[in-house]
Design a protein around this ligand. Structure first.
Ligand code: MN3
Length: 203
């Protein structure tokens, strides 16, 4: 079995003006495709060919760096495309909204914490909202293409939302202004998808 590039669930221009079509086209078609291709090459002929990407991540310390970088890249981007949508944004309701409020105080305080995790991530990486094994919501960040599923992550848990803060995610439109990209990104967040992942992670 080999991994495949998932189809983007909307058109390249669906997230404009917040994320431009050209960025989406290159990000999905070139960057994510490269992670998939390189992951397949790195696991060819090994037992990892029969594992899910989640199981590979959970045991990532057993694998070479090429699997860590490209397997992380594949999992992270697959999640990233799905937790965005045209006409997204607003604030989460229901159980997720309540959990965010009871954990972080207010939705705005959560946004600030999640955004700061992305702004202050030196170099390339991700900011995350995760459900820990103790079923707590926590904001974390990881370097490069690592993620909180990985057994070597500093803070471990099930990712329910993740924000790509690599320059390739925003440079064409925002250049060095990562905070502006993060501020705009809240307008494309797909809270229904994230609420579903939260519900699943709390089981
Ligand atoms: Mn990326």
């Amino acid at each position: 079995m080999s991994f495949e590039l998932p189809k983007l669930p909307y058109d390249f221009n669906a997230l404009e003006p917040h994320i431009d079509a050209r960025t989406m086209e290159i990000h999905h078609g070139k960057h994510h495709q490269a992670y998939v291709t390189n992951l397949n090459n790195a696991i060819a002929g090994t037992d990892a060919e029969n594992l899910s990407i989640e199981d590979i991540c959970r045991n990532i310390s057993k694998y070479p760096m090429a699997v860590r970088n490209n397997g992380g890249g594949h999992f992270n981007h697959d999640l990233f495309w799905k937790i965005m949508k045209q006409g997204g944004g607003g604030a989460p309701s229901g159980a997720l909204g309540e959990a965010i409020t009871s954990t972080f105080g207010t939705f705005d305080e959560f946004k600030a914490k999640f955004g700061t995790a992305g702004v202050t991530r030196f170099g390339s990486g991700w900011s995350w909202l995760i459900v820990t094994p103790e079923k707590k919501l926590v904001v974390a960040s990881t370097p490069n293409q690592d993620n909180p599923l990985m057994d070597l992550a500093e803070v471990k848990g099930t990712p329910v939302m993740g924000l790509d803060v690599w320059e390739h995610a925003y440079y064409l439109h925002y250049q060095n202004r990562r905070p502006d990209y993060i501020a705009a990104w809240w307008n494309v967040v797909n809270w229904d998808e994230i609420a579903g992942r939260f519900q699943e992670a709390m089981k």
